[in-house]
Write a protein that binds this ligand. Structure first.
Ligand code: COA
Length: 382
């Protein structure tokens, strides 16, 4: 039995950097970020998350009737979360009220796979229907977890588009139109980003013939890490740790000396700046103009200047997104879960694309362990 020759360690692209690992028709980064050919700037300005989710899943913008039906089915899924899920979350919340909402989402989606008996990928219409349900169930699980860990009964899901409904559930009051617009824009920015770590994890899972819920469970685990989606929660910790404008420089110098990465800066693909960060940063500054929030913006601007001067690094999307969520009065622990709610659209679109033209994802490794050696029986080992 022989396998193909293994690559030499020198040929390995660590972290798969620069490797084209497949093709996709869902989004592209050439020039600017585009979803299915549409410029992210135009999609974010419209700020309609369901419109973008439909676009990602179906390939074209929806008609009015398609969008109305899609919105309604997502809201129905959010309103009708299975009681088994709520009861189990209630028991978990009672056992550990401090567990992270990201873990509740990962567990909740995994439980949904059992409740819905999802054991293999169905045909495309069934997958699209599952994706629609997940788009509604995910924010409903998040909101339920926040209620349950606060010792409240689970509140009903509000009427209206997803951005407004989720913002209302997370802040406890009907949001102003400007707040919904800003929140909706963040959902659009977070919706999709080709072969990022969590999406690639999801595609890898379905490439084995496994089901959508297993793939999404893996993706949430991947997104949670601070080098990926978890960075948006860390950004607010960074700003809090710095505290005041005169602390920016010494704080950053400490990080550089300790060779620590500064959360919210740098990107594997965007080496000359992340278009989403530029656009959302502008929106954030406009949103807080004339309010107390301007203080944090001044601090953030100073950090940006020094990061550019000292490290030639620009902010990524998590840098302004954290500030927008903070300005909207959201608690830090829901920042990455909101990213999950939005990225559900991209993840499910990618899983459906992978299933539609599948080949098992199975790369090679370069072996760097000991040379061949003889097995030593336990009785002879010293
Ligand atoms: N702060 C300080 N230095 C950073 C940095 C950051 N945020 N991001 C990258 N660098 C440095 C690296 O340490 C490396 O320095 P070196 O050449 O002296 O070793 C250099 O810049 C090149 O970076 P590299 O490690 O090749 O980047 P990557 O493509 O492997 O990693 C990230 C990309 C996103 C993981 C990385 O930029 C990072 O950890 N950023 C902070 C976390 C974050 O915001 N994540 C969200 C991403 S959307």
């Amino acid at each position: 039995m022989t396998a193909a020759p293994a690559p030499a360690p020198a040929d390995v692209a660590k972290g798969l950097a620069g490797i084209v690992a497949g093709s996709t028709a869902i989004s592209s980064l050439e020039g600017t970020l585009r979803y299915r050919g549409y410029d992210i700037e135009a999609l974010a300005a419209a700020g309609d998350f369901e419109e973008v989710a439909w676009l990602l899943l179906h390939g074209d913008l929806p008609t009015d009737a398609e969008l109305t039906g899609f919105r309604g089915r997502i809201a129905d899924a959010a309103r009708n979360l299975d009681p088994v899920i709520i009861d189990t979350l209630a028991r978990l919340a009672a056992a550990n009220p401090h567990a992270a909402p990201m873990d509740a989402l990962r567990t909740g989606i995994s439980m949904l796979g059992m409740v819905e008996q999802d054991d293999h990928p169905g045909p495309r219409p069934a997958l699209l229907a599952q994706a629609e349900r997940l788009l509604g169930q995910t924010p409903a699980i998040l909101a339920a977890w926040i209620d349950l860990t606060a010792g409240r009964p689970v509140a009903p899901w509000p009427a209206g588009p997803l951005a407004a409904a989720l913002l209302e559930r997370l802040t406890g009051r009907p949001p102003a139109a400007a707040a919904v617009a800003a929140f909706g824009a963040t959902l659009v920015f977070y919706a999709e980003h080709e072969f990022n770590a969590s999406t690639f994890a999801a595609r890898t899972v379905v490439s084995t013939g496994s089901d959508l819920h297993s793939a999404i469970t893996a993706a949430i685990g991947g997104l949670k890490g601070p080098l990926h989606g978890g960075a948006n929660e860390k950004v607010l910790e960074v700003l809090g740790a710095i505290g005041s404008p005169e602390r920016v420089e010494p704080w950053l110098e400490e990080q550089f000396a300790a060779k620590r990465v500064v959360m919210g800066f740098g990107h594997r693909v965007y080496k000359d700046g992340d278009v989403r960060a530029t656009l959302l940063g502008r929106l954030c500054r406009d949103m807080v103009r004339g309010t107390e929030g301007e203080r944090l913006e001044d601090l953030a601007a100073r950090v940006e200047r020094i990061m550019l001067d000292r490290k030639r690094l620009k902010p990524n999307l998590d840098w302004p997104a954290a500030r927008v969520y903070h300005a909207l009065g959201l608690p830090v622990k829901v920042f990455t879960p909101i990213f999950v709610v939005a990225r559900m659209s991209g993840w499910t679109a990618h899983c459906i694309e992978q299933i539609g033209d599948n080949r098992l994802i199975r790369p090679l490794s370069a072996y760097i362990g000991p040379p061949p050696r003889d097995y030593v029986p336990l009785s002879s080992r010293r």
